[in-house]
Write a protein that binds this ligand. Structure first.
Ligand code: X5A
Ligand code: ZN
Length: 716
């Protein structure tokens, strides 16, 4: 039942008992989980979650990956004295043994398994395991890199077995290559393993050749192992989001997983001495927001690394908040990724495009070149092979130094003090007030629009006790838009559904009103822009228009940096030039584009980076109705991109839609909607626009369902 599904957490005091006796400064310490829990409690997050207890994993579970000898040896350390513990620790790469290590590892794994099982079996919606020791470096018969047992690899295998899953996505954003997980599923197409890691052409631990981008899986698993090597330190939000938008998310949406597991190491976060990367804590909430529509929201985060206590705890807390559907905190506008990151993305596309057709979407955008700077990857298929680099082997691998010294040789980008100050600032930002969880409705002529009745009749709101709706008083169409803006900007509601009966504002083309409509009022863009200026409360607004009424939209009025208009439209004109003006981006799509993954790829690779660069304070999402949407979009697709857009502007969004009554009445020929649509209404199968809208609204509300789940509700 919908209302019972919530966010689960796993944590336990007992997981704070093992540590390195002979190096008290060892980075993998009990303070890590203690600090995380402290921060989560400060933000009152744990009380909103369902706690799942830890328990020791069984022999049977552990030996789904590891050998019995591996387990026996681990267990034998429980009764060793300090000298013995120290001696055996030295045989492994970055491993210490404590008499509690075996217990901690088994409890941690048991908790992870139960958490993921609860997510798969629908007992909870999503969850996070705040556990240690981590697991992604543990191999079949080798402890490695603070890991003893493969938490994620074993849990994933158990889910494949128990529930006969066909597709699990494992995203490993820990800053180190998750080789333990990679080895486990290297030839298994049911598990798409993706690791983004500090690599530096093999100079970074664990120095494995197989951490590079050209290790793509083998046998039937070819194409299902993706390594994104980061070849320099200092990678930040822009670099990581470029990797997500341009490479990974399109593949994830095409893969269409049934379960998403994240090996969530926060050692790529700013200030971590191991990673020396610069991802801000709030950025993890954005990653999660972008992953949430997948797998009907079945998403579990498993803690791996993260060694700057302040940024670790903040990043983890904000991740948990994202799982709980709090509004996504704003991040600074993104910029172009570093050259080395662009090179890695291109190399990944080069080896992946034959496996993933979404990476060939270039064929569907007409003309081929939308705009040079937003479309930098055209040369991708003709890249020269990367130069051969020397990799470390177990023979010539550098000597193992105490951890802190491990990165002391590198020239830091910032001093420790500078980093600490930056983190402090970021932490303060996230404590700022977030908008209320309330949805406003504005309907043209204030009618109780059929669309609302339709939403209610489908019991879409059942179980969403926290959903607060407000009917906003409004009259004309332009009134509706202004009222919606006002109530969002005054924090009365977070987002709005704006139902119009017609398209009141036709943007003039070359100064002339369109569609034979004598209405010569201001264009939609101008109306929004003028109201933003009048209200003085918003600087940047983005309008995403999925159904521009005009064959070639061009706002000839004065352009403004305060409003960015992005339109996507299907065109039959092979060589039509896109219309680019400072305030508008027009993306013509070829009619050859027929599938949602392709559309989503275009959306992710073009619209999302531009929007994240623009950094709006308010988002307009113009859908109108199903008939005027690109036919390649199915309804789930609409829910997915709505959810993606919610990462912007703290979730402040106005959906502009047309209300033409419930679907029963709109079946067959429909004369109530805009006469300007020239597209055939094929592919709509009579489901009508109301359903489209309700799904989008549902997703937009950030309530307990992802878009795809709602779609199921709708389809009964
Ligand atoms: C889980 C994890 C890191 C080992 C680093 C060794 N392990 N330099 O982050
Ligand atoms: Zn790590």
């Amino acid at each position: 039942v919908v209302q019972d599904r919530r966010t689960a957490v796993v944590f336990d005091k007992r997981l704070e008992s093992h540590f390195s006796r002979w190096n008290v400064n060892f980075t993998e310490t009990p303070h890590r989980v203690a600090e995380i829990l402290k921060r989560c409690n400060q933000l009152n997050l744990l009380e909103r979650c369902l706690r799942i207890p830890v328990r020791e994993a069984t022999v049977k579970e552990i030996t789904t990956y590891h050998t019995k000898a591996h387990l026996d040896l681990l267990e034998s350390t429980a009764s060793m004295n300090e000298a013995e513990l120290k001696e055996i620790s030295q045989k492994y790469d970055y491993i210490y043994f404590h008499e509690k290590s075996a217990e901690n590892a088994k409890l941690s794994l048991g908790g992870v398994i139960d958490l993921i099982d609860a997510v798969v079996s629908d007992k909870v919606r999503n969850g996070m395991a705040i556990v240690r020791p981590p697991g992604h470096h543990a191999m079949k018969e080798e402890y490695c890199g603070y890991c003893y047992l493969g938490n994620v690899s074993i849990a994933a295998q158990l889910m494949l077995n128990k529930y006969d899953l066909k597709r699990i996505l494992v995203l490993d954003w820990d800053v180190h290559h998750g080789q333990g997980t990679q080895y486990m599923f290297y030839d298994d197409p049911r598990v798409l393993f993706v690791s983004i890691h500090r690599y530096e052409h093999g100079r970074e631990w664990p120095h494995l050749r197989e951490g590079d981008y050209d290790f793509t899986g083998e046998g039937t698993g070819k194409g299902y192992n993706i390594n994104v090597p980061l070849n320099e330190i200092g990678c930040d939000n822009s670099d990581y989001l470029a990797i997500m938008f341009n490479l990974l998310l399109p593949i994830f949406y095409q893969f269409d997983p049934e379960l998403v597991l994240v090996s969530a190491g926060f050692d790529c976060a700013i200030g971590c001495p191991e990673g020396e990367m610069m991802v801000s804590p709030a950025c993890f909430a954005h990653f999660i927001n972008l992953l949430k529509p997948l797998a009907k929201g079945k998403l579990a985060l498993i803690l791996e690394g993260g060694y700057n206590l302040k940024s670790l705890s903040e990043s983890t807390a904000l991740s948990l908040r994202a799982l709980l559907d709090d509004p996504t905190p704003l991040i600074s506008p993104i910029i172009a990724p570093k050259n080395s990151v662009t090179e890695s993305i291109l190399n990944c596309i080069k080896v992946m495009h034959q496996h993933w057709s979404c990476l060939q979407y270039q064929d569907f955008v007409e003309p081929r070149k939308v705009r040079a700077e937003i479309y930098p990857y055209q040369g991708v298929l003709h890249l020269p092979p990367v130069k051969d680099v020397e990799f470390y082997t177990s023979q010539n691998r550098p000597k193992i130094y105490p951890l802190i010294q491990d990165c002391a040789n590198d020239i830091p980008l910032h001093t420790k003090e500078e980093l600490d100050r930056m983190i402090e600032q970021l932490v303060q930002n996230t404590s700022l007030l977030v908008p209320k969880d309330r949805l406003g409705f504005a309907c043209e002529n204030g009618s109780s629009a059929p669309i609302l009745g339709h939403l209610r009749s489908k019991e879409l709101w059942a179980g969403y006790s926290s959903l607060q709706t407000t009917s906003l008083h409004s009259g004309s169409a332009s009134d509706c838009i202004k009222t919606s803006m006002d109530s969002i900007l005054s924090n009365e509601v977070r987002s709005c559904l704006c139902c119009l009966q017609s398209e009141p504002q036709h943007p003039p083309v070359n100064g002339k009103p369109m569609n034979g409509n004598s209405h010569a009022g201001p264009s939609l863009v101008n109306l929004i822009q003028q109201h933003a200026i009048d209200s003085k409360t918003v600087n940047r607004i983005v309008i995403i228009d999925l159904c521009p009424d005009l064959p070639s939209y061009q706002d000839t009025s004065k352009s403004s940096s305060s409003v960015l208009y992005i339109s996507l439209r299907v065109t039959s004109y092979e060589n039509e030039e896109p219309h680019i003006s400072p305030g508008a981006v027009d993306i013509p799509l070829s009619q050859a584009m027929t599938s949602s993954p392709d559309f989503i790829a275009v959306f992710l690779q073009i619209v999302m980076p531009i929007a994240y660069e623009f950094c709006p304070e308010l988002v307009f999402f113009k859908l109108n109705d199903m008939k005027t949407l690109p036919t390649c979009m199915d309804k789930a697709c609409l829910g997915h991109i709505t959810q993606q857009l919610l990462g912007l502007a703290n979730g402040r969004m106005i959906i502009l839609t047309r209300d033409a009554g419930p679907s029963e009445e709109t079946q067959g020929h429909d004369s109530t909607s805009s006469g300007s649509s020239e597209k055939p209404s094929s592919g709509d199968n009579g489901s009508g626009e109301s359903e489209t809208t309700s799904e989008a609204v549902e997703t937009k509300c950030g309530q307990t369902e992802a878009g795809a789940e709602v779609l199921e509700l709708l389809e009964e």
